[in-house]
Write a protein that binds this ligand. Structure first.
Ligand SMILES: [Zn+2]
Length: 206
């Protein structure tokens, strides 16, 4: 049973046929929960020895739009992690997809970039035509506002991770097992964030 799930194997190794069934099951659970259909869903098995799973927005037809959420699973992940650990991670990724996190990231990053660019141009113009001191003050303001915005954005991304963990557990992933999956991810991810995620799960599920 894996209707509407298309696996693209970019590696030489064979992929367990059960994989599309696993993805299908979570896709269906989330579709029911959010009353929203994803339609055809694509999973790419990447030829990369580093263990990771992520969901990203891509354009399947090579044009700018429409964009689809897809799941990337690396060869390294399939080698290092077992089926139950993979399920924890896939549940987490579907939470990103159904909450629109990938769309949000795609919009937010250019906004920060454009803001910095425009502000930087204003600083240069003022520096050329008006006063160096005023321009210097503006540059300091720019750097400061960028740091603040970056910190807020980073915090938002961290909160997304925690929300996805909570949701994966709320749809039935076992808390203890989920914690050990995060533990196993530590050498491959941001260990400080992973510790925080574990702490938050423990707090919520006391
Ligand atoms: Zn995540």
């Amino acid at each position: 049973m894996c209707d509407n799930v298309v696996i693209h194997n970019e590696t030489e190794m064979g992929v367990d046929p059960k994989l599309c069934g696993i993805v299908y099951e979570f896709k269906q659970t989330f579709e029911q929960k959010y009353d929203k259909r994803l339609g055809e869903f694509h999973v790419y098995i990447k030829d990369n020895g580093f263990p990771y799973v992520d969901s990203v927005l891509i354009s399947i037809n090579g044009l700018l739009k429409p964009k689809f959420n897809i799941l990337n699973i690396s060869k390294g992940y399939l080698i290092e992690f077992d089926a139950e650990e993979l399920k924890d991670t896939i549940a987490h990724e579907f939470s990103h997809i159904f909450n629109g996190d990938n769309e949000y990231k795609e919009k937010k990053a250019p906004i920060l970039f454009i803001y910095t660019g425009l502000f930087g141009i204003v600083c240069c113009l003022i520096g050329i035509f008006k006063s160096y001191i005023f321009a210097a003050i503006l540059v300091i303001l720019l750097v400061f506002s960028d740091i603040v915005m970056y910190k807020i954005y980073k915090r938002e991304l961290q909160e997304m991770e925690i929300r996805c963990d909570e949701e994966a557990i709320s749809i039935g992933r076992d808390v203890k097992h989920y914690l050990t999956t995060l533990e196993k991810l530590k050498p491959y991810g941001n260990p400080i964030l992973l510790i925080e995620r574990q702490d938050r799960i423990r707090q919520i599920n006391k």
